[in-house]
Design a protein. Structure first.
Lengths: 275, 87
């Protein structure tokens, strides 16, 4: 359901960053720290849960405001990084469920009734996430780094007996072969990762491979996974993946985290599959 | 819709004392967390696809949120010279 906010009311909306349990340091830790638009953080309690909240201007954070913000990458980045820093702060104090970006309620009373309503579900999720972190694992294929130096293509003095045209074709063929090899190798590395971390990961979610300008320049992301790992086993998880791409030229594996468990903040049955 | 400018700073500018997840370095404020230079795309993967989704009395309906996400993907693509996936 969408609630239309009367812009003339102009009171501001309650932006929710994360939800945890009451009776933890989360009850008071966020108080007064700056959130979005420098609005002070506060907590709203309900149903044994506590939400970390700040007030944001109605005009900028209603449906249209959020939409226009999403269309501006710089504004989106500020929103995302601020949201994230509050989630990080909260998760340094207690187990929390991070909220999806731009979770906005009309007022604190609505936040409170949401908490009361969702307590069984959120309580179960919090119990599952307690003491866990999310680790990201991305596999890249980078054919260029796998490439053996190809003949320069029959320039003067290159000593290539073949015609420039034939040399060009040979080079193209070699490039295509490198591409195929690198992608095949990256696929094999990615396929082997779940077995490597077996016993260290309790759940896995696949995100879409990253593409576009925001993606890393070098290589092509072919797998983008998130694993739920006990915080005490983070180093073990990293070690298990250490050298996983050794012997696979043109393949690189990047591990990120620890993250607050963003990718596992929805009930397990909706996990899995590419998002 | 006045495109109100975002605040110039991240909350890192705020009081210190957050600590890392392990809470070992209590003086590592949000500044150092932000300073870890998390790639925006890794963050957006999680903030736009992950996170608990609330329904009910939201200003944004879930449908709106999905629409926004689709728009965002379009934005990210539109500013790139995205080549088709090679397989």
């Amino acid at each position: 359901m969408t609630v239309n906010v009367d812009p003339a009311a102009g009171q501001g909306l309650s932006y929710v960053y994360a939800v945890g349990r009451t009776g933890t340091p989360l009850d008071t830790a966020p108080d007064g720290r700056p959130g979005l638009e420098d609005g002070p953080l506060r907590t709203v309690a309900g149903g044994g849960l506590v939400a970390v909240v700040s007030t944001v201007p109605s005009a900028s954070y209603d449906s249209a405001g959020i939409a226009s913000r999403m269309a501006d990458l710089d504004a989106l980045e500020v929103l995302a990084r601020t949201h994230h820093s509050v989630v990080e702060f909260a998760s340094a104090h207690a187990t929390v469920l991070p909220m999806r970006l731009a979770t906005v309620y009309v007022d604190d009373a609505r936040v409170r009734s949401m908490l009361e309503e969702r307590e069984p579900e959120f309580g179960a999720l919090l119990a599952r996430l307690e003491g866990h972190v999310e680790m990201g694992v991305k596999v890249y294929a980078d054919p260029r780094s796998a490439a053996t130096p190809a003949p320069a293509g029959g320039g003067p003095g290159s000593g290539q007996p073949s015609s420039p045209g034939r040399a060009y074709l040979q080079q193209r063929r070699a490039q295509r072969q490198n591409h195929r090899d690198a992608y095949r190798a990256a696929g094999a590395v990615a396929a082997g990762i779940p077995a490597r971390v077996e016993g260290l990961a309790e759940a896995r979610v696949s995100h879409r491979p990253q593409q576009g300008e925001l993606a890393r320049a070098a290589g092509e992301n072919i797998a983008n996974e998130a694993y739920l790992v006990r915080a005490s086993q983070e180093e073990e998880f990293r070690r298990a993946l250490h050298g996983v791409a050794d012997g696979f030229p043109g393949v690189e594996v990047e591990v990120t985290g620890p993250w607050a468990p963003y990718s596992f903040a929805t009930p397990p049955e909706s996990e899995g599959g590419t998002r | 819709m006045n495109g109100e400018l975002p605040e110039e700073g991240l909350p890192g500018a705020g009081p210190a004392g957050t600590g890392t997840r392990q809470a070992a370095d209590a003086d590592d404020s949000v500044e150092s967390l932000a300073g870890r230079e998390i790639a925006l795309i890794d963050l957006l993967d999680r903030l736009l696809n992950g996170g608990a989704v609330l329904t009910g009395d939201l200003v944004l309906s879930v449908a709106d949120v999905d629409l926004v996400h689709i728009n965002l993907r379009a934005v990210i693509r539109s500013i790139t010279s995205d080549e088709p996936a090679p397989w």
